[in-house]
Design a protein around this ligand. Structure first.
Ligand code: ARE
Ligand code: CA
Length: 482
């Protein structure tokens, strides 16, 4: 369950938060496929409660009404066609799976598929679920429970949402059936929402009943779905990430917190020389890593001082480090602009999501940020693909915030977060030649629109990266030699 099963030569998934299925299919063909992306995490595809009283917040999608595949992102047929088109473009789909709970506290009670439920009687006819499928008696998770009481974290309600009992056979069957439908349609795996709030022993039963990935969509015979479990573990809690790593991969929230601190200014870059498990991060093969996610970019979830698209310079620095460094299975966030933390995606007056538009410089319009289309980010995807499987070597630092490292004869990066210029001749691991920096520009024919870096026969190169340069990174790799 720890192999994302990316198509050959690809890596890195992007969370296309609140995108519509048809738009994702086109994005696979027009951008993600051609730029070497490995996969996409999509928003929950199953019916959710419609919450007009809060102007259709983004978080209504975490309140399941049923397992019918009708949401603001599209219907089942559109979902299936997206998976097919993306797999054809070499890009995998991972489903955000909300199986800890059902909706149940709101005054409104109609879902995106037109179904409703009788919350007081725990009756969800469109699944169907009834009273015996939920943890009882009802209790609500308090902030203090996270420290003391694993039982309460698992069996009480997260945000007052009706808590399913995954220990019962009926609930297991409904969940397994739900997930297997996606595998049949060709998805490559799942994000398990709120995994911390479910018992590992129950999750194990569920995972083991999943189908192998669909060979008709290009997966090898016998391949198991990639599963990454959302467990927020910054230490000191009753529930630990170590209970989940024996099952499948786990989201590592320390990763983005520490890199945000380093690139945001709270810590020096030189300390990153031993980045990885020595920083308290998960073992490499267990970890799904990211700088920000849809929760903490708006102070939900673990929250707190996370770099996002709103601080582009250090954010691009942190992302370049994540993608250049071999540690972890990386995920990018692709956002919509928001002024308040509850606001939903760009929508019209009827609540329909408005598709992104695309500008001539490849950026998005209509309220979408599209970090995955930023040149400095998209070109680092190629860097990671070219450097895949190589070693981490030739670390250099100046004793504060200028650092550089090389990737096994394939790529080299340098960063400058100091307030003075970096001007140094550094040892790389690349063959002699002229390379085009993929951060400041791109290669067009034989010409480089950004900085050109020349590596001598001794593997050394003069690197200059001004304190006031537009970006704090230089990155070169074998795929962009001139
Ligand atoms: C909304 C309203 C609530 C209301 C509820 C029910 O905000 O006021 O009671 O609806 O009507 C998202 C939003 C929630 C939203 C929910 C349902 O973030 O605000 O509630 O959708 O619409 C914990 C969990 C972790 C969870 C975070 C948010 O452990 O699993 O809280 N993250 C996932 C998703 C979220 C989603 C849900 C789960 C629910 O990524 O987007 O919620 O499906 C410490 C602990 C953490 C804890 C954190 C915050 O750091 O270590 O474990 O995270 O505190 O409490
Ligand atoms: Ca639970």
């Amino acid at each position: 369950y720890k192999n994302p099963h990316y198509a050959p030569g690809r890596s890195t998934m992007v969370h296309l938060f609140e995108w519509k299925w048809n738009d994702i299919a086109a994005e696979c063909e027009n951008w993600l496929g051609p730029h070497g992306y490995g996969g996409i995490q999509v928003s929950p595809p199953n019916e959710n409660l419609v919450i007009w009283s809060k102007r259709r917040p983004w978080w209504e999608r975490y309140q399941p009404m049923s397992y019918q595949l009708t949401t603001r992102s599209g219907n089942e047929q559109q979902f299936a066609s997206m998976v097919r088109r993306c797999n054809n473009a070499g890009v995998r789909i991972y489903v955000d799976t909300v199986i800890n709970h059902m909706t149940g506290t709101w005054s409104e009670n109609v879902g995106t598929g037109g179904n409703s439920a009788d919350f007081n009687n725990f009756h969800y006819p469109a699944v169907p679920y009834g009273r015996n499928d939920f943890n009882w008696p009802e209790c609500k998770i308090q902030e203090s429970d996270y420290r003391c009481c694993a039982n309460r974290v698992r069996n009480c309600q997260l945000s007052n949402l009706k808590d399913l009992n995954q220990g019962t056979e009926h609930v297991r069957q409904m969940i397994v059936g739900f997930m297997n439908r996606f595998i049949h349609m060709g998805v490559a795996g799942f994000r398990i929402d709120a995994a911390k709030h479910m018992w590992p022993r129950d999750l194990r039963v569920i995972y083991n009943r999943l189908y192998n990935l669909n060979t008709a969509h290009g997966f090898p015979a016998g391949a198991r779905p990639y599963i990454f479990q959302e467990v927020i573990d910054l230490g000191g809690e009753a529930v630990s990430r170590d209970e989940y790593t024996p099952l499948a991969a786990v989201t590592d929230f320390k990763f983005g917190m520490e890199l945000s601190r380093a690139f945001g200014g709270g810590n020096q870059l030189r300390y990153l020389h031993n980045w990885g498990p020595q920083w308290g991060l998960l073992a490499h093969s267990d970890s799904l890593v990211f700088i920000d996610n849809h929760d903490n970019q708006r102070s939900h979830g673990a929250g707190g001082n996370i770099l996002t698209h709103r601080e582009p310079r250090p954010y691009k620095g942190a992302i370049a480090f994540m993608l250049a460094h071999p540690y972890g299975e990386p995920q990018l966030m692709s956002s919509f602009f928001f002024h308040n933390t509850e606001a939903g995606p760009p929508m019209d007056n009827s609540g329909n999501i408005i598709s992104p538009s695309f500008n001539t410089d490849n950026s998005c319009g209509n309220g979408w940020v599209c970090e995955h289309r930023w040149r400095q980010i998209a070109q680092m995807i190629q860097f990671r693909n070219v450097a895949a499987g190589t070693t981490f070597n030739n670390w250099w630092d100046n004793g504060s915030n200028q650092i550089a490292f090389c990737r096994g004869g394939q790529g080299f990066v340098a960063f400058n977060k100091d307030s003075w210029d970096l001007n140094a001749t550094l040892q790389t691991c690349l063959p002699a030649g002229r390379y085009c920096d993929v951060i400041s520009g791109f290669k067009r024919g034989n010409c480089c629109t950004g900085k050109t870096i020349t590596i001598g026969n001794d593997g050394r190169a003069h690197i200059s990266l001004g304190a006031n340069d537009y970006d704090m990174v230089i990155a070169i790799h074998r795929g962009e030699q001139s």
